[in-house]
Ligand binder design. Structure first.
Ligand code: M6R
Length: 600
């Protein structure tokens, strides 16, 4: 969370920084700020709120060729102008932006900074005050910066400028993502390549506990012992048009609509020249060597993991456990003898998942990351990676990444099953093609979902999603989608579980969205609907063609019953989207959230 940028070159930095921050706004949008340095010294512009507010606050007359910027997701201290970055040292010589959490900031404050009056409530301010303290004690700035880094516990991506030297940006990274972008006569810093694609597509990855001295013509990476590290740059394969909204009112709607194309792209990328599905043979070996698979993920990716368990167990017959990453690290279950860990993460940066990866690597276990972002932390650090090929997902609410995760998990399960000479219930390439076509039908039925949202959700305080079997997992995802963007209290429940307590919440008119795509539980889920209707609920049954009954509110096209989550999730995505729209919510940037959750 939080996004940082930096520019040093021969052009005015303000616009480059602001544009970069706009691309990073998905990482947090509580407040934003930039600091630029020229012959008049350092000038800071910062505002509570969005980058658009910051843009208004920036003085267009100020010109400066070096600058740093930040968009914040508050952890320590409320979202406010005072707590927003950049932060300055007591004398205002040093100015800093930070993404991450300094866990020992209070100890450092007590130990080193008792005589310094803090201006903000943030953990970040400690860093910039320490640099000044050590510089005042006589250290060169680079050494003062390095000494400060050695004292920090926690996560950080940092960019620091010194009022006495407008030719340098000091940068460092630990756990939080950070890249240095290379140009001719300029260099940049960014949390994500997307931010600086406007000026360069050449990037150098940074590893944890590295610092970088960034100048216009030169970038020097060092470890914390001061040794220089040489690393080749790579070209970011991102198309700038992928990150534009085009004619869509919201990224979320664009990304929902992209799902059929994503399905086709995934098929293409995982097919060999004979049209057979293919994955890296080392991954197949890792799957076959495992006596149990542990899927680790958060939020929507966790919900994808629950469906993935069904795919892997039913097709490849390897036992699978699915765990929430923030719990797993602190409450590790008894592991099997030969576990394989699968990390599912759209961003590949989720700190909760990463802390598990670090732990299991230390224990010597094998790992596979399924992610949308090549080169992301979880991808780099795991033994193997499978990419989602979904294209950048910008809306905070995950949509196309979820369906891409399901498709890739199905491919993983199918290829593994075949390698074990197990019978696979279908031709997956064909079935994913059918899924893509069905998604197109749903895409063209938006008016129905808009109507459902209006009818069921425009005034309600709460809503339930129920399903049985694999439909239950889609219900969990539906509830997450609805609550995160419309702020309606929503819960996903196993149809049979409601009567064990939660049914007490059903009142006259409570919307209950029921999914009925599984033949073997079609009658029982309908029985559960009757139970809630008898208590006043307003039911909305979404069923699959062939299983539909009178009064069902929407019938989705038929796909193989194991793959229904790829389809049944689309109506709940669209219903959530329209519910949020009707309530005038900020669909792409819901309150209190950020796209990439890089704090534990
Ligand atoms: O990038 P990740 O897939 O690891 O992110 C995990 C969750 O933060 C994410 O899925 C979140 O739940 C979504 N915003 C939900 O739409």
């Amino acid at each position: 969370m939080c996004g940082i940028v930096g520019y040093i070159g021969y052009n005015d930095s303000k616009e480059i920084l602001l544009k970069g921050l706009e691309k990073l706004e998905y990482r947090g949008y509580d407040s934003a700020g930039i600091a630029v340095i020229n012959n008049d010294g350092v000038q800071i512009f910062k505002e509570k709120g969005r980058i658009a507010d910051l843009r208004e606050a920036v003085d267009p007359k100020v010109e400066a060729q070096t600058g740093i910027g930040h968009t914040r997701w508050a952890t320590h201290g409320v979202p406010s102008r005072t707590n927003s970055h950049p932060h300055q040292s007591a004398s205002e010589r040093f100015t800093l932006v930070h993404n991450g959490v300094i866990e020992n900031y209070d100890i450092l404050k007590r130990e080193y900074l008792q005589n310094v009056e803090m201006k903000s409530e943030t953990d970040t301010e400690v860093i910039v005050q320490l640099v000044e303290l050590f510089a005042n004690e006589g250290l060169q700035v680079e050494d003062a910066f390095r000494k400060t880094l050695t004292l920090l516990h926690g996560s950080y991506a940092l960019a620091l400028i010194d009022e006495q030297d407008k030719e340098t940006i000091y940068v460092a990274k630990n756990k939080s993502p950070l890249l240095v972008g290379l140009g001719f006569g300029f260099n940049v810093v960014a949390s994500d390549a997307m931010a600086m694609l406007q000026v360069t597509d050449k990037y150098v990855e940074l590893m944890d506990k590295e610092m970088v001295i960034v100048k216009k013509e030169e970038v020097t990476i060092k470890n914390l012992d001061g040794e220089v590290i040489n690393r080749e740059p790579y070209t970011a394969e991102l198309d700038a048009s992928d990150i534009e909204k085009g004619t869509y009112p919201h990224y979320m709607l664009k990304e929902i609509d992209e799902q059929p194309a994503v399905m086709r792209k995934i098929i293409q990328n995982y097919q060999d020249e004979n049209g057979e599905l293919e994955i890296d043979s080392d991954i197949v070996t890792a799957m076959n060597d495992a006596d149990r698979i542990y899927i680790i993920a958060a939020g929507t990716s966790y919900h994808a993991g629950l469906v993935g368990k069904q795919f892997i167990e039913r097709m490849a017959q390897i036992p699978v456990e699915v765990h929430i990453s923030s719990e797993f690290g602190y409450n590790m279950p008894l592991l099997s003898k030969k576990p394989l860990f699968i990390f599912i993460s759209q961003s590949g940066e989720t700190a909760d998942s990463r802390q598990v990866l670090v732990q299991v690597k230390e224990m010597g276990h094998k790992s596979l990351t399924i992610t949308n972002v090549p080169g992301s932390t979880l991808s780099r650090e795991a033994d193997h990676t499978m990419l989602l090929y979904a294209g950048p997902e910008i809306a905070v609410a995950s949509t196309k990444a979820y369906t891409a995760q399901l498709a890739v998990l199905a491919i993983l399960a199918e290829v593994t099953a075949k390698s074990r000479a197990m019978e696979v219930p279908f031709n997956l390439v064909q079935e994913l093609g059918i899924v893509a076509n069905a998604m197109e039908v749903l895409r063209d039925s938006k008016e129905d979902f808009e109507m459902i949202a209006h009818e069921y959700l425009s005034t309600t305080r709460n809503c339930f999603f129920i399903g049985r079997g694999i439909d239950f997992y889609v219900g969990l995802e539906g509830a997450l989608k609805l609550k995160e963007i419309s702020y309606i209290q929503a819960e996903g429940f196993a149809g049979g579980e409601l009567k064990h307590g939660t049914i007490a919440l059903i009142e006259e008119g409570t919307p209950v969205i029921a999914l009925a795509t599984q033949k073997f539980v079609n009658l029982s889920i309908r029985g559960n609907v009757k139970e809630v209707v008898a208590r006043g609920a307003n039911p909305c049954i979404i069923s699959m063609d062939g299983l539909n009954m009178e009064d069902d509110r929407f019938v989705i096209p038929e796909v193989h019953e194991l793959l229904t989550p790829l389809i049944s999730v689309v109506p709940v995505q669209l219903i959530s989207y329209y519910a949020a729209l009707h309530r005038d919510c900020d669909v792409d940037k819901p309150r209190n959230l950020a796209k990439s959750v890089t704090v534990e």
